[in-house]
Design a protein around this ligand. Structure first.
Ligand code: ADP
Length: 662
């Protein structure tokens, strides 16, 4: 089978595409949103960096200004100390003032030219002043450098226990242009940062003084966490490769951004989920549509293949639907019929009043339940007989929305029925001829009797006449008997004539006792020949409206069949019982024999035309009998003669209604 591109397949592919597009769109949208977030993040980093650089430069400048200020104050003090000799008291005052205003200076030491301490404030020399780091080499070098250069010099940073890394600021004192001593300010770097780096700065950054070897000299921060960007600038003064390194701290990710990202992801998930559901729904819907389409196709195929015409009308009588069979029946197209109102195009113009009355009856819900017959016209003006069944049209909500009619074209059926009726009539006639033929010999025999009697009465009369003294009254009884016999013979002839004559059924009040008597009269001779005893049980019953000849035909056929069935029956059981009974509103006539009986396998075929088991039989007798009885609104059937003394036999029964029902 080649993969068919049915509408169903096509719509599935179409559906997949339709669903793929929004998915693709959403993926692209999410990618765009995430890229935007990423760009924002990069931008933020960039901004953070520029802010960091700005802040670092600001801090470095701040520190430089401050140290320059310190230098200036120290230089001023040095100048003053150079001018006023023996100004120890003044040193203490001025240095104390300086220490108070510049808290990052922890000590100011006053040396003489030979590098001996003249005074120091605070007075105690730091315990580690003699340590290696603050040893003579370090101090000497700074001292020597400041003396030689004759200007302010910073020492290299060095570590002092309890104070951390410190730098010294050596300011030479000149008296009359002569080197007369040295002022040294001790600046712990921690305290420099502690006093000069504002609190808000440390909320954002970690400030570190370090060098190229990453030796940590001082640090200040108030925050902890993941470090971010780093920026460093040389810290000069004091120089010596010291670096001011500032590290920004990530204050954790931006919650708004995280929230946004989560929202985007959740939204995307939601959209995907809803798309999935929509896909599922659409799939189910397309399956349902497919099923509906198949159902519709099936129904249409069913409607199209219906041979019964279907016509739906709304409550006002307007045609709202006709099926192809109805169109075919009437010759009008569905376009011509749908929407039409009375008078309908298929009504016969001459019968419009009757059609309209029936139309009104249908709309009023008074149409006969078992259908009604109407004559319709085709588009080519041909007439046809239609059998119409009307039913309420109920919609899916249980609402009565109109009337649905099924219309059967019964023209052909009527024609066939008429033909069958004519054939049946012909058959009846043929059957009568056959019966007559069969009876011919019996009748000859039957006529023999009155004729022999007439002949013997006649010769008796003649003998009497030849006798001397014969009186006319002597021959009168014989002549009377002769007349009776002649009448009897005439009656027999008339009966045969009437029987054979083809005539329309004529119903007249008919006494069944007489019918049975006549029939028995017909068959008596044959019964005698066959040594069959005919037993008639005939009470007085009312007359029934019937065609006497037809009933005679039925009875004769049943009696003859019964007699023929007893051909093999032992002599003592050869009895045929004809019984007439009244049963409420009907008469029941039965003909019971003690013959061969009916085999179960042929019981169903008994009344079928041309069914016979007899070599000479025609097989039409019972079929005609049933038609005749049904014509008289009675029933004919056969039963087993269970009570028969011979143990077998059949009873044929038929009923006739006493009153004509219609
Ligand atoms: P035919 O007598 O020409 O055969 P019928 O229609 O009268 O046609 O009978 C049909 C068949 O029914 C007979 O051939 C016979 O087999 C069966 N039949 C009719 N009457 C009896 C009966 N009384 N007993 C047994 N069989 C019967």
């Amino acid at each position: 089978m080649t993969p068919a591109t049915t509408p169903g397949n096509y719509s599935n592919r179409h559906l997949r595409w339709l669903l793929a597009l929004p998915k693709l769109g959403i993926i692209l949208l999410i990618a765009a949103l995430l890229s935007l977030l990423w760009l924002l993040h990069l931008n933020e980093i960039e901004e953070e960096r520029s802010a960091l650089i700005k802040d670092v430069l600001w801090l470095e400048q701040n520190l430089r200004f401050h140290l320059v200020g310190v230098e200036e104050q120290m230089q001023q003090l040095a100048v003053d100390l150079g001018i006023q000799q023996e100004m120890q008291r003044s040193f203490r005052l001025r240095a104390g003032h300086l220490l108070k205003n510049t808290p990052e200076i922890t000590q100011i030491v006053w040396f003489d030219a030979a590098q001996r301490i003249i005074d120091a404030l605070p007075g105690d020399l730091p315990p580690d002043h003699e340590t290696e780091s603050f040893g003579p080499s370090n101090t000497n070098r700074t001292f020597e450098l400041a003396r030689k250069m004759g200007k302010t010099v910073y020492s290299e940073p060095f570590f002092v226990t309890g104070r951390g890394a410190v730098v010294e600021l050596a300011v030479p004192i000149f008296h009359d242009r002569r080197f007369s001593g040295m002022l040294v300010a001790v600046l712990p770097l921690d305290s420099l940062l502690g006093n000069q780096v504002p609190w808000w700065f440390t909320e954002k950054y970690q400030v570190v003084i370090t060098d190229d070897n990453d030796t940590l000299y001082a640090s200040k921060t108030h925050i902890a966490g993941q470090s971010g960007q780093v920026y460093q600038v040389p810290l000069d003064p004091p120089g010596y490769g010291l670096l001011l390194r500032i590290t920004s701290y990530r204050s954790g990710s931006n919650p708004l951004q995280i929230l946004l990202t989560i929202a985007i992801v959740l939204l995307a998930a939601g959209v995907f989920w809803s798309l999935w559901i929509v896909r599922d729904l659409m799939k189910k819907r397309s399956q349902a549509e497919e099923a509906l389409r198949a159902e519709h196709a099936f129904r249409t195929a069913m409607e199209d293949s219906l041979t019964v015409g279907m016509r739906a009308r709304d409550l006002k009588g307007k045609v709202i639907y006709v099926n192809p069979a109805f169109c075919k029946m009437t010759g009008f197209s569905s376009e011509e019929l749908v929407g039409s109102t009375p008078p309908m195009p298929y009504w016969i113009p001459a019968q419009i009043d009757e059609a309209f009355a029936m139309h009104q009856a249908v709309l009023a819900g008074q149409a006969p339940v078992d259908g009604f017959e109407m004559t319709f016209r085709r588009k080519n003006d041909e007439r046809f007989e239609a059998l119409v069944y009307e039913a309420k049209l109920i919609d899916g909500n249980g609402q009565h929305t109109g009337w649905m009619a099924s219309v059967l074209d019964i023209t052909e059926r009527r024609r066939t029925e008429e033909l069958a009726r004519q054939q049946q009539e012909q058959l009846q006639f043929t059957s009568r001829l056959v019966t007559m033929g069969e009876m011919a010999s019996t009748l000859a025999h039957e006529l023999n009797q009155p004729l022999a009697a007439i002949a013997s009465y006649n010769s008796g009369c003649l003998n009497l006449l030849e006798r001397p003294g014969c009186q006319p009254q002597d021959i009168r009884p014989a002549l009377e008997k002769l007349g009776v016999q002649a009448q009897r013979a005439g009656k027999i002839i008339r009966r045969v004539h009437a029987f054979v004559r083809k005539s329309e059924p004529k119903r007249a009040p008919c006494l069944l006792a007489e019918v049975i008597e006549d029939c028995v009269g017909f068959v008596e001779a044959e019964a005698r020949k066959r040594q069959i005893h005919l037993d008639c049980q005939i009470p007085a019953v009312p007359a029934v409206p019937a065609d006497r000849l037809m009933l005679e035909q039925v009875l004769l056929n049943l009696i003859r069949n019964g007699m023929e069935a007893m051909a093999e029956t032992p002599g003592e059981h050869r009895q045929l019982v004809i019984r007439l009974q009244r049963d409420d509103s009907e008469l029941r006539i039965s003909v019971a024999d003690q013959g061969s009986g009916i085999a179960p396998e042929i019981r169903d075929k008994l009344f079928t035309a041309f069914f016979t088991t007899k070599p000479e039989g025609m097989g039409v007798g019972l079929s005609i009998c049933r038609s005749i009885i049904e014509f008289h609104r009675g029933r004919l059937w056969a039963e087993n003669n269970d009570t028969s003394p011979s143990g077998s036999g059949t009873i044929f029964l038929f009923t006739l209604p006493l009153e004509e029902s219609s």
